[in-house]
Design a protein around this ligand. Structure first.
Ligand SMILES: Nc1ncnc2c1ncn2[C@@H]1O[C@H](COP(=O)(O)OP(=O)(O)OP(=O)(O)O)[C@@H](O)[C@H]1O
Length: 550
């Protein structure tokens, strides 16, 4: 069995009772249907042989079996779907957990929409596996064995003939399984790609309109939609071929079985029952063939979800955590880093210190490695060499790093909700009014911000980000040029307020503006992943001049 499908089948283990209930109700339903057919055939046999037909008792048995079959079908539909939706809910949780574990540094090179497709559409596709496949395959096998055993009691030749015919029916999905897998892969990939492009389009609609690119984008989406339609058509064509061949083999097998019964069964009274039992083995075979038709799509969806859920974490969780002192400093010690094993060195032995109560500005040309230092301090990645310490504790030994290090990113993400909800992101019980005051944001905390904060100005968004970081009360503050969106007046006021906040923190600021650099206690100049110089502004003014000459 494919490892992803095996892994998913294992997920049913947590819902054993529901699975057993599905299995038993399906089995009871199938056996009741077979029993009703056999009872009917037995009555026909008696009528043909001119024996008495006990209509009353037989009618009661038939009615009972039909009622049992109907009840079992209803119950099975309910429990099978209940089981499937519970497993899917668990899987969605695992997909979310995986995204949280591998983000934000690396999302397996996948786009947001692609991940949304994994979380929604791929997981949804797996409903077929849990509600219609696993228990049903076991039941079909059981009914096949029971029907064949009963047929053997009448004449051992019957199963000897009908079982190979049933096996022939199953060769169709096996024969077409490579095509099924290929079509399944294409279908899931085309769906994910279209979802990714649609999400990207919706998110970028403002830019598309501003650059008059809506029509071109529509063409792109139409192309991707056609690709999906082609994949769907190919899958449907193969599915149709599979159904046609299966039906053909079933018809031949049924005709052969009837011929055999007519030839070997001497007694007309036994012939109808023999026919039903011999043909009964073909029913489960047809059902299995039908289930296997979906194998390619299921396998592709299972592979995509499995790859995401089993992706290793980017950094290992802290082992034997150590206490971080209340007033920590930050130390980079000969830190070396590259993003990919065969990529270029991005940091080549970076060392500097941010003392508690002081502000250190990290400056350098674009691509020098400033944001990489921040990513490493937030532990999105671990360095390849050297180490980073907060209050003397290496990052991998710090539990709940966000309690000690907080960040104001340059491109803040605000969630649909109120200002207050966004400020409370990292500190659910924070004093929001206080944080907003320090961040110089005079708005009602209950003000809705819209999706991604669209109803706020760029400066207001930046100040929500500052308030959000301050609300955590983390003693290490990282500012990625948080004031870039403000006019000079507001910038100066916010910088004053941040200076007050910095007194009780170790602050590392990535500075793009001379005014920010001037305010810092110490400046670290990065050049091509190395510390080229560090000191006060007065000491470095000359070396910094070319960077800020605008
Ligand atoms: N996720 C990533 N994967 C691979 N390479 C990356 C990644 N992020 C950054 N880099 C590369 O690492 C180098 C340093 O990038 P970094 O963002 O740290 O520079 P920076 O000094 O912050 O630049 P800027 O001032 O333009 O933001 C660049 O060459 C960049 O292309």
């Amino acid at each position: 069995m494919n490892p992803s499908i095996r892994w998913l089948a294992g997920a049913v283990g947590a819902h054993r009772r529901a699975f057993v209930s599905t299995l038993v109700s399906n089995l009871i339903g199938q056996l009741a249907v077979l029993g009703a057919a056999v009872t009917g055939a037995w009555l026909v046999g008696r009528a043909i042989a001119g024996r008495g037909v006990p209509l009353g008792p037989a009618g009661a048995v038939l009615g009972g079996l039909v009622a049992v079959a109907a009840l079992a079908a209803w119950w099975e539909t309910y429990v099978a779907h209940d089981l499937a939706y519970r497993v899917l809910a668990g899987l969605r949780g695992q997909v979310y957990g995986a995204v949280a574990r591998i983000a934000p540094a690396r999302l397996l090179g996948r786009r947001s929409g692609d991940l949304a497709a994994a979380a929604l559409s791929d997981v949804e596709t797996l409903e077929w596996l849990f509600a219609h496949t696993l228990a049903q395959l076991i039941t079909a096998g059981t009914v096949l064995v029971a029907g064949s055993a009963a047929a053997a009691v009448i004449d051992p030749l019957l199963p000897a003939f009908s079982l190979p015919l049933a096996a022939c029916v199953l060769t169709v999905p096996l024969w077409l399984r490579r095509a099924s897998r290929r079509h399944g892969d294409e279908l899931r990939e085309a769906t994910a790609e279209l979802t990714a492009d649609v999400v990207d389009t919706v998110q970028g609609m403002r830019e598309l309109a501003a650059f008059r690119a809506v029509e071109r984008r529509r063409d792109l989406l139409a192309r991707k939609t056609r690709r999906l339609a082609r994949a769907q058509a190919a899958n449907a064509a193969r599915g149709g071929l599979e159904t046609a061949l299966t039906d053909l083999l079933l018809a031949v097998a049924a005709a052969g079985t009837l011929l055999l019964v007519a030839t070997v069964i001497g007694s007309p009274a036994d012939a109808p029952v023999a026919m039903v039992l011999a043909a009964g083995s073909l029913g489960p075979a047809a059902q299995v063939a039908l289930l296997l038709k979906e194998y390619g799509t299921l396998r592709a969806a299972a592979d995509r979800v499995h790859a995401l859920v089993t992706a290793p974490a980017n950094v290992t969780p802290p082992r034997e955590p150590l206490e971080v002192p209340a007033e920590p400093d930050v130390v980079f010690e000969d830190v070396r880093f590259r993003y990919t094993p065969d990529g270029p060195d991005v940091l080549r032995g970076v060392s500097f210190r941010v003392p508690y109560g002081r502000t250190v500005a990290l400056v350098g040309a674009s691509g020098a490695g400033k944001s990489t230092c921040v990513s490493l301090l937030l532990r999105h990645w671990d360095p390849d060499g050297g180490r980073i310490l907060v209050g003397g504790v290496p990052l991998p030994r710090i539990a709940d790093l966000h309690r000690h290090v907080t960040v104001v990113p340059q491109d803040v993400h605000l969630f649909a909700g109120t200002v207050e909800q966004n400020v409370r992101l990292g500190a659910p019980r924070a004093d929001v009014a206080d944080a907003l005051r320090t961040a110089q944001l005079a708005v009602d905390p209950g003000l809705p911000v819209g999706e991604r904060g669209v109803t706020l100005s760029g400066g207001q968004r930046a100040r929500v980000a500052v308030a959000r970081a301050l609300a955590t009360r983390a003693p290490v503050l990282v500012l990625d040029e948080a004031v870039a969106n403000l006019d000079p007046d507001n910038e100066a006021r916010l910088a004053d307020a941040l200076e007050g906040a910095a007194a009780g923190r170790a602050t590392l600021v990535i500075a793009h503006r001379l005014s920010t650099v001037r305010r810092a206690d110490r400046i670290v100049l990065l050049e091509e992943g190395r510390v080229a110089a560090q000191g006060s502004y007065a000491e470095l003014a000359e070396r910094l001049a070319p960077l800020f000459a605008r």
